[in-house]
Design a protein around this ligand. Structure first.
Ligand SMILES: Cc1ncc(COP(=O)(O)O)c(C=O)c1O
Length: 406
């Protein structure tokens, strides 16, 4: 398995989660514990928002990365909409107080009931993934008496940019798509493009804008361009990071050059929320294997994102002490799953039972990707804001393992 490494001297987190606060939180809410720093989240939202100065821009937070209602509300307070990957995201968004018109669905493979639900919810935009999904919409529309409130667009498949991908409709299919839509009395008013996940190369995004706009211009009723998500987060501070201001300037230049006014939608997920989240855990076992320190903690990889999310790099630091001997350390989860390493070859001080560790940058795809594999209930979630803290999701107990069984 690829190793998960931390830098030689992990920097203190940008979050104000101090060692004493971490211990206080563990004392009060138990371990393991997700902690979100609202100030870091708000600062990140502002930084991204300010990077794009094209006036007809709307940011929609991709709740696939984190569906906690209290955090979604923060995005709403900053006038962001919500990007829904699934009907579940729509449910979360409505529950967090987003108006239906502020929700953009750009997903894949809805069944009839789900598509009907989208129409009934009257969400702002439906970006569909195939001509077959568009035909399904047409068929459902035939049995409805009112026209859909949602604007309809298509996800683009541009293999010349992304390489082979299953998602979207080719530019050569757009003429047929327009015919299908028109035959149901619908307009196709947008294109959606997803460049690829966790892309830290700014030019990879900037260089694709022109091609995406060319595809959009093939729609007679083109009104909006949705640039999707996929913007990287610098888990490894030593590598290049996605540069929002360069990308924003290029987007603005290209959008202003279009021959008609087109709205711009951007759906950041991880880039907006990864940095504000930390998973606190306690040490439950320490042993030595030669020079190596093998530390067991009371959380597991099943409580957190899978390896592909953070690319094998994760910052872990001691919240008890950082003085003393630095040891090459493997941080191991509380199961015997062969991949249950939270960190490998990290440099951490000599640790002992009950010490606290912080796993940084887990706000995106952390809790959201946690599962019941190995039958570990999920941690609690807490937010810190304005010098205080509060529980925003209760810790699960073992009843979750049986409650839906009949
Ligand atoms: C259509 C779409 N937009 C946005 C996102 C968020 O992506 P990221 O977290 O990589 O920004 C996703 C992730 O699955 C997506 O599918």
């Amino acid at each position: 398995m690829s190793s998960i490494i931390a830098p030689d001297k992990p920097a203190l987190p940008e979050t104000r989660l101090t060692r004493s606060l971490a211990r206080e939180l563990l004392e009060e809410y138990g371990s393991p514990l997700y902690v979100y720093d609202a100030q870091v989240l708000r600062a990140t939202i502002e930084q991204i928002s300010e990077a794009v100065n094209y006036p007809r821009t709307r940011f929609c937070f991709a709740s696939v990365t984190n569906g906690n209602t209290s955090l979604l509300r923060i995005f709403r307070e900053h006038n962001w909409g919500l990007h829904a990957n699934t009907p579940g995201d729509v449910h979360l968004g409505l529950n967090a107080g987003f108006a239906p018109a502020e929700i953009v669905y750009s997903g894949s493979n809805l069944n009839r009931d789900e598509m009907r639900l989208m129409l009934e919810r009257e969400i702002g935009i439906l970006n569909l993934d195939s001509l077959a999904q568009l035909e399904m919409l047409r068929e459902l529309q035939r049995h409805r008496t009112k026209s859909p409130r949602s604007r309809v667009g298509l996800r683009l498949n541009l293999p010349e940019i992304t390489g082979e991908t299953r998602i979207g409709v080719g530019a050569h299919e757009l003429a047929d798509a327009v015919k299908i839509a028109n035959s149901a009395g619908l307009k196709l008013s947008g294109v959606h493009f997803y460049r690829g996940t966790a892309t830290n190369s700014t030019s990879a995004f900037a260089d694709s804008i022109a091609t995406v706009c060319q595809a959009g211009a093939l729609l007679p009723d083109w009104e909006y361009l949705d640039f999707g998500g996929g913007f990287g987060y610098p888990y490894n501070a030593n590598r290049s990071a996605f540069d929002w201001s360069t990308f924003g300037a290029e987007l603005e230049r290209r959008m202003r050059a279009l021959s008609r006014p087109v709205e711009l939608i951007i759906e950041p997920g991880r880039s907006a929320i990864a940095g504000c989240g930390t998973l606190l855990t306690r040490v439950v076992s320490v042993k030595r294997q030669g020079e190596k320190q093998i530390v067991g903690v009371d959380t597991s990889v099943v409580n957190i994102a899978v390896l592909s999310v953070h690319g094998g790099h994760r910052r872990i630091q001691s919240m008890t002490s950082d003085v003393g001997e630095d040891l090459i350390t493997d941080v191991c989860g509380n199961t015997t799953f062969s991949r249950d390493y939270l960190g490998r070859n990290c440099r951490l001080p000599r640790l002992q039972i009950d010490d606290a560790l912080a796993i940084l940058d887990v706000g995106a795809y952390g809790y959201a990707m946690s599962s019941h594999f190995l039958h570990r209930p999920r941690p609690a979630e807490v937010i810190i804001e304005n010098g205080t803290h509060r529980l925003i999701r209760r810790r699960e107990d073992y009843t979750v393992l049986t409650e839906h069984q009949v």
